[in-house]
Design a protein around this ligand. Sequence first.
Ligand code: SF4
Length: 187
Amino acid sequence: MKVARILYPVKTLGPGNRVGVWLQGCSIRCRGCMSVETWSFEDGIKEDPILLAKKLSKISNSFTISGGEPFDQPKELKKFLEELKKEGIEDIIIYTGYTEEKVLEDFPWTKKLCSLLISGPFIAGLETESGWKGSENQKAKVFNKKFKDYYRQFLESKKQPLQILGGTIVGIPSKKQLINTYMGIKS
Ligand code: SF4
């Protein structure tokens, strides 16, 4: 599994303190994507999905998986999620640039292994006030009904201050926030 970065504690991509795993490689390539460094399939660190899941499950019970495009590495992603599940971890959010319909058609196991799917490409110009998504077209689907209330506050949240973790901007910024934060990092 090619991994771009792993960060903890991620506080802006779901409730609580989360392990954030960004997979490397994205074939969708949305115009205006803020993570272009994760596009190449040549870069990143190769990890065994099962060993990585075992290791990370010691850190937290809450995971957010993003990218890059997680579903561009479906076999590895599935192994990683299955191992997390074996470790008793169910609070798993996945961000994908594919639509929910495509994910469920091509990767039906997602319903069982992911509790909240945030789906759809980033479309520049479709600004949103929602804190959990980058453009208004993106959708959220809770697959694990036991987490419905738990995710509610996050899914109703408005844009919030971004987190800087390991020199990386973590969160879903508005255009204005992104420029201000980037200037702050540079100065
Ligand atoms: S799917 Fe995500 S990582 Fe890929 S280009 Fe779109 S916003 Fe960027």
